[in-house]
Each structure stands twice: as structure tokens, then as C-alpha cells.
Design a protein around this ligand. Structure first.
Ligand code: ATP
Length: 763
């Protein structure tokens, strides 16, 4: 059989003479580049393809108890406290910062952008040994907000804003107001790393099932616009956000980079070692959609104490990605691993990381602060906490190994004190905060010199432009002699091209996902609906009603394009007496954590969220994911959809687009997503929705309008005709019940590049 690849080359495999990739729905196959010279030119690092799968019913942990909500529907209003305008201004300023054409931000949507990116890459690579990088925070003298609201065409009792917000009130996204207190339970336990066979005391860390939550977006190929806004004020508010100017790039400091890191982006050298030794376990695979293998954890040389914890966690067999990566990692290789959402990637990197801690020599008694052995970097606070919680599950019988989390939204000195009192060998961090500690916490850089394992979770996102500078700084702060693991459900080609900034040249790419339809779960039914904007809210309502009627234990996530649109939709659904919660970057971290925990444990609930929940968050039993409006890119679509159908369960996904957003479908045409007929919307539903909208606060509609405009301004396909963009924005305004669109401050419009565009109202 021939293995069809985009390049049209043939593979010769060790296990099969030739195999067509599309038909590899059973069996794990490994390819050695040595035997595939043509392919090795295209992917100049060692690649494996594992076509894997076994359909096995999944039973891991005890069912979580269902939490009854004290408040439902309207009464759930405790969640939505009224907010200051600062929030939407901050949102706006964030994306405006992204729109600045002069900066080399991660907005690559076209060919010409691609070439820009290439320039950036080259500069990063070429110049990463120069002076220290400057931190770069987008600061905006915020425009004053006027107080003219739109006019509620449904005659609702909207309250108008009456006061201007001073420009200075734009929130400093870097030092946001997140309380971050939730992290308090994730504490180191002790500093002794020499553990094997000693003191096998059962220490339940008390939060082993306290998993974090959301995630964030895949800042992939398209412009980020408001997407960045979401991230900027979450932990991603830590991120440098951009690469900045070429000047900045020229002053990159990466003196720790070794020679191979100074190579141009396209890696030419390939280790010649064949990989058939890892030929895995094909007999276990039955279907391409399976995520569990038959391999047992105790077949691998893991600490008995870890095995005991795994048993307690209810993990009976390994997942496919765990089985595929563990032996290779245990051999000391660097790994880039791609596996579908919800298939146990976290355990896949944590287990061998824990082994590395166990094997590292005990810290000398003279050292008060033992070194950090494992550094896990996650793009969001919630993911960091989730990973730390999973680590503590696995460390249940390793009382001497400490785990700590450092994330944005908490006070730096508090974290510094915590690390001092509870030294840890495993540190889970978000990039910006980690960088802060490297630069500002005494002794921290020294501790990092003990790092033996570096993990980048959601690697494609971390290596994207928004995080790249921080990641490069972090990589420069850990020893070159280390093992590195990159994990994600999506690994676009760009990431493969640049992963060498983190990985050794002879790393292995372990791909547990077939391209195309294999990237999403077969058991998740994917549909899209095309309807004019004025019908979206009613459609959403009807869809939800239908889903609730069909699913007693419904659990729905609705993704919206921006934080402020999220708030609007949540407000509306609350007005429609639905049991709704909202999470987005403009909510304080403590609130987000509470809501997320509640959602995790509950059924009969709807979560409206921005992309802060798009990646990695492990909510069990989500029955439906709705994506309203354009996802920022294909990867983001996949990650959002991945909140349902986890661990082999069934799920449903609906993408709701306006006719002018239909072009997005071309980027997911290889996925099994089908057009759905629109459900009938009865006039009563329309009336209800209109009434609901009329009760939503005017300031929230205004904020949603601006945010909407900002988001779509960042979508090149739509924004190239600004007059049309504004027409569409005003259509959105009408869909909220505002016949007259809200006015936007002139200077904000200026920053958006929308000055004097007909149809806009200014103030
Ligand atoms: N071997 C296993 N058996 C059963 N459950 C497992 C196993 N390994 C991990 N899990 C559980 O599977 C769930 C999903 O794992 P995880 O969140 O790591 O998925 P993921 O692949 O990282 O997903 P995403 O791509 O969305 O981040 C978690 O609840 C985790 O505890």
C-alpha cells in the first residue's frame, strides 16, 4: 500500500511494506526517516506515525456527584455582578494593540504575513544570543468612554452609562486583579527527591481531584484580535503577547542556546537512528477513534508508588498517547506528541517527569532550596492548576516530591514566600509569571538550573507568536542538558518547523492522530448552521431548548468570539431563565475558578465562555459545544470542540455562522462536519428572546458591539472591506435590539483603523 502524504511520497515502514495513511485505522506504525529520505527533507526531524486505537469502554474514576445548583436561571444572577466599563475598554485596548500594523505581532493570515513571520523567525534564530530582552507590555492610554448608549429597539429598560471613564482606567493587563487564591492548595510537600522505596506514606494532597479549568485559544494562523484580549487578561495577560519590533528581536538573549538552536528554522540534520525499537503495540489498536490501549502501566519501568497512585486514580490501562510516548521518553528522548483532545496527554508527560525526579540525586543537605527538576509550562492559569492537580494525583504515595504552581493573577511575593516555605521539585507555571520569577525572585534562576525535564503543554500555542518571547527566555533559563516534551492536540506545520527552539534535533514526533477527520472524535457529531445574524440569538435559544429537552443531564458549553460578547450571551440566557454561568478573562480569577469547579461537578448547566476555556480544560460529560461566530482558526475549532467527547464519550458540536462567515468551513472541510437544517423558530421564541435582550444592560450591549467590531476587524477576510465590516457590526447591533449602533470614541476608532468609516457613530 502506498502512504499518501501531501507531498505524494511513499513510506516504507518496518512493519508493513507500505501503508496508506488514510487507511491506517488500526495498528500503530512507526516510520523511520532513515528509510524515507524524501520525507525527511520535508520533515527534517525524526517522525513517527502511530495509527492507533482500540475501542474500549472507559471506567476510571468514581462518578462525580452531581451538584444541585442553588440558583437557576435568573436567580443565577449572582454570577453576573455589574461591571465597570473598564473591562470592555480594556478588552478593546487589548485588541487594538494587536491591530497596530507597525508591530510584528502574531497576525499572520495571508501570504504576505507569512513572509513577515519568516522574517521574524529568522531574526529570532539568528539573533538570540544578543542582549537581554525587554519586557513588552501593551499599555494604552485609554480613550474616554462616552455615555451615549444605543437605542433599545425592543423598548427595554436599559440603563445608560452616565459617566466617562478616564483613560488611565484601562486595566493594566499585566497586573490584573485576579485574586488567584485558588491556588493555595497546590503546595509543595517536601524537598527530598530521593524517594524510591522510602517512606511510602500515603499522603493525600487534598486536592487531587481539584482540577483546574479552562484553557485558551490556539493563536494559530489567523490574526488574533480580540482573541488576544481574552488571553491578555487571564494568565495570558502575563504574556509578552507579541514579538515586538525587529529591534526587540535583535536584542534577544539566548546565550544558553546551543549551536543547533542557532540554525535556521528549517532543520536539516536528522538523527539517523531508526525507531523500530519502539514499534508499538499494534495489536492493541482496533479503531482510529479509540484512545485507550491495552497496555498496562506496570509493563513499564515506573515507580511502584506511582503505579499505586495510578491504580487509586482508577486508570486501568494506558491511553494510546501514554503508551506511545512513555517508552520513548523513558529512553531519554525529546518528544513532540500529538494526540486528540481528552486522551490523557497530561498523565503522559507527568508520569515520566515524576520518574525523572525520582531518579535525580537527592539534594545536598547544605542546599536550603533544592533545585526544580521538572518544569511544566501551560498557557493558562487554569491549565497549570489542572496539571498540578493531576501531578498530585500521581504523587499520592510520593510524599517527598513537592509540586508548586506559579501563575499570573496572584501576588508575586506570595508565590515567592510559598516557594521558600514549600520547596518543590516539580513546578507548573504560566509563561509570563515564570519569566517574572526568573527575573525577580532571588535564587529562582539557580533553582531552574536543576531542571532535567521541560514540558510545554499546548505546545503549538506556547510556540505561537504570543508566547514565543517568554518561552525563549524560559528555555534560555534552563539547562541545555535536559529532556523536553511538547504536547498538543494540534500541531500545525508551522509548529513542526519551529519546535527545534525547544527540542533536540533528534527528537521524535509521535503522532497519534490521523490528519483530517482523525483529528476530532468520531463519537462527536459535528454540525454547522448558516443563518443571518439577526436569527442567531433565537436560534441559539431554540437549539438549547431542544438539547435540554433531549438530554436530562445536559451540560453545554457555548463559545463566543470575545469576552464581552460572552457576557452578553450569558446575560441573555439568564434572562431566558436558563441555568447559565459565564467565564471569560474579565472575570476575577477566583470567580472563574469557582464557576469552573461548579461546572465541572454539575449537570443541567450551560457555560458561556470565551476562548479562555477552549484548550485543555477537562470538564467531564459535556453533551454539547456550541461555537457562535467565527472561530479564530481551525486549531481553535478543534480544541473548543474537544471539550466534549472526552475519554471516548459521545458529544455534539454545533458551529453557528452567518453567511459571510461561511468561508471558514474551507479550513475544516476535512473534518466530519455536516450542514444542519435550521430548526424552526416559533414566533413565541423570537418574542421571548427580544424581551430577554431588552432586559440586558445597555452597557453590556455597547461593550459587546465594540468587542464584536474589534474581533472581526482582526479577521482579514472580513476586515478588508471596512465599510462592509461596519455594516455587519451594525447588523449585530440590530440583532441585540439596537437599531442605532452604540457610539465609539474617536480615538478608539482611530486605533482600530476605522476612522471615518460610514455607519459608525463616534463620540
Ligand atoms: N490511562 C487513563 N485511563 C483513564 N483515564 C485517564 C487516563 N489517563 C488520563 N485520564 C483522564 O483522562 C482525562 C483527560 O485527560 P487530559 O485532560 O490529560 O486530556 P488531554 O489529552 O490533555 O486533553 P486536551 O487536549 O483537551 O488538553 C482526565 O480526566 C484524566 O485524568
Amino acid at each position: 500500500m502506498s502512504l499518501k502524504f501531501p507531498l505524494g511520497v511513499r513510506f516504507i515502514t518496518h512493519s508493513l511494506p507500505c501503508t496508506r495513511l488514510a487507511s491506517m485505522n488500526s495498528g500503530a506504525l512507526i516510520y523511520s526517516f532513515r528509510s524515507v529520505p524524501v520525507l525527511s527533507k520535508a520533515f527534517p526531524f525524526r517522525l513517527k506515525y502511530l495509527g492507533l486505537g482500540t475501542r474500549v469502554s472507559f471506567s476510571t474514576r468514581p462518578e462525580r456527584t452531581r451538584t444541585e445548583f442553588q440558583r437557576r436561571g435568573r436567580d443565577g444572577g449572582e454570577i453576573r455582578v455589574s461591571k465597570s466599563l473598564i473591562e470592555d475598554e480594556a478588552e478593546l485596548s487589548d485588541w487594538v494593540s494587536d491591530l497596530r500594523p507597525s508591530s510584528l505581532r502574531g497576525k499572520f493570515t495571508s501570504d504576505e504575513d507569512e513572509s513577515d513571520r519568516e522574517v521574524v523567525r529568522r531574526n529570532v534564530d539568528r539573533d538570540n544570543s544578543r542582549g537581554p530582552r525587554r519586557g513588552k507590555e501593551g499599555q494604552f492610554g485609554g480613550p474616554k468612554r462616552g455615555n451615549e448608549g444605543g437605542i433599545d429597539r425592543f423598548g427595554g429598560s436599559n440603563r445608560r452609562r452616565t459617566s466617562d471613564e478616564p483613560g488611565e482606567s484601562f486595566r493594566n493587563k499585566r497586573f490584573g486583579d485576579r485574586d488567584g487564591a485558588r491556588n493555595g492548595r497546590i503546595q509543595g510537600k517536601s524537598s527530598d527527591s530521593s524517594l524510591r522505596g522510602r517512606n511510602e506514606r500515603n499522603v493525600d494532597s487534598g486536592f487531587r481531584r481539584e482540577r483546574g479549568l479552562e484553557t485558551n485559544k490556539g493563536l494559530g494562523k489567523q490574526t488574533r484580535g480580540l482573541r488576544q484580549e481574552e488571553e491578555d487578561s487571564s494568565d495570558e495577560d502575563e504574556k509578552t503577547g507579541v514579538l515586538g519590533s525587529i529591534d526587540d528581536l535583535l536584542s534577544e538573549d539566548s546565550s544558553d542556546y546551543d549551536e543547533e538552536d542557532d540554525e535556521p528554522i528549517v532543520i536539516k540534520g536528522v538523527s539517523s537512528k531508526a525507531v523500530e525499537a519502539d514499534k508499538p503495540r499494534t495489536e492493541n489498536a482496533k479503531t482510529s477513534d479509540s484512545y485507550l490501549s491495552k497496555a498496562r502501566f506496570d509493563q513499564f519501568p515506573l515507580s511502584p508508588l506511582s503505579l499505586k497512585a495510578i491504580k487509586d486514580a482508577g486508570f486501568e490501562t494506558m491511553t494510546v498517547v501514554q503508551e506511545a510516548t512513555l517508552p520513548i521518553i523513558l529512553k531519554g528522548k525529546d518528544v513532540l506528541a500529538k494526540a486528540k483532545t481528552g486522551t490523557g496527554k497530561t498523565v503522559a508527560f507527568l508520569l515520566p517527569a515524576i520518574e525523572a525526579v525520582i531518579k535525580s540525586p537527592p539534594a545536598s543537605r547544605d542546599i536550603r532550596q533544592p533545585p526544580i527538576v521538572v518544569l511544566v509550562v501551560c498557557p493558562t492559569r487554569e491549565l497549570a492548576c489542572q496539571a498540578a492537580a493531576e501531578a498530585n494525583t500521581l504523587l499520592k504515595y510520593h510524599p517527598s516530591i513537592g509540586v508548586q504552581v506559579v501563575i499570573g493573577g496572584t501576588k508575586l511575593p506570595t508565590e515567592q514566600r510559598r516557594m521558600q516555605t514549600n520547596p518543590c521539585q516539580i513546578l507548573v507555571a504560566t509563561p509570563g509569571r515564570l519569566k517574572d520569577h526568573i527575573e525577580n525572585t532571588s535564587g529562582f534562576a539557580t533553582k531552574l538550573m536543576g531542571v532535567k525535564v521541560l514540558v510545554l503543554d499546548e505546545a503549538d500555542h506556547l510556540l505561537d507568536m504570543g508566547f514565543r518571547r517568554d518561552i525563549e527566555r524560559i528555555i534560555a533559563a534552563v539547562p541545555k542538558q535536559r529532556q523536553t516534551f511538547l504536547f498538543s492536540a494540534t500541531v500545525p506545520e508551522e509548529v513542526r518547523q519551529i519546535c527545534h527552539i525547544a527540542l533536540k534535533r533528534d527528537h521524535e514526533f509521535i503522532n497519534c492522530v490521523q490528519e483530517g477527520s482523525g483529528e476530532t472524535h468520531q463519537k462527536v457529531k459535528q454540525m454547522y448552521m448558516i443563518a443571518s445574524l439577526d436569527r442567531h440569538f433565537s436560534l441559539l435559544y431554540v437549539l438549547l431548548k431542544q438539547h435540554i429537552a433531549d438530554n436530562v443531564d445536559f451540560k453545554v458549553i457555548i463559545f463566543c468570539t470575545t469576552a464581552m460578547v460572552t457576557r452578553l450571551v450569558a446575560d441573555l440566557l439568564a434572562q431566558l431563565s436558563m441555568n447559565v454561568r459565564e467565564i471569560h478573562s474579565r472575570k476575577p480569577q477566583g470567580y472563574r475558578t469557582r464557576v469552573s469547579d461548579e461546572f465541572r461537578k454539575s449537570k443541567g448547566i450551560i457555560l458561556v465562555t470565551s476562548d479562555v476555556s477552549a484548550r485543555g480544560v477537562d470538564y467531564p460529560d459535556v453533551s454539547l459545544v456550541v461555537q457562535m461566530g467565527l472561530p479564530s482558526d481551525r486549531e481553535q475549532y478543534i480544541h473548543r470542540l474537544g471539550r466534549t467527547g472526552r475519554k471516548g464519550k459521545e458529544g455534539e458540536g454545533v458551529l453557528l455562522l452567518a453567511p459571510w462567515e461561511e468561508y471558514f468551513l474551507s479550513s475544516v472541510k476535512d473534518l466530519p462536519i455536516n450542514k444542519s437544517t435550521l430548526p424552526p423558530i416559533d414566533p413565541e421564541a423570537v418574542k421571548k428572546v427580544q424581551r430577554g435582550l431588552s432586559q440586558v444592560e445597555m452597557k453590556n450591549k455597547e461593550a459587546a458591539y465594540q468587542a464584536w467590531l474589534g474581533y472581526y476587524k482582526s479577521q482579514k477576510m472580513i476586515a478588508r472591506d471596512t465599510t462592509r465590516l461596519v455594516e455587519l457590526a451594525n447588523e449585530f447591533s440590530r440583532s441585540m435590539g439596537l437599531d442605532v449602533p452604540p457610539a465609539i470614541p474617536k480615538n478608539v476608532l482611530g486605533k482600530m483603523g476605522l476612522k471615518n468609516v460610514p455607519g459608525l457613530r463616534t463620540k
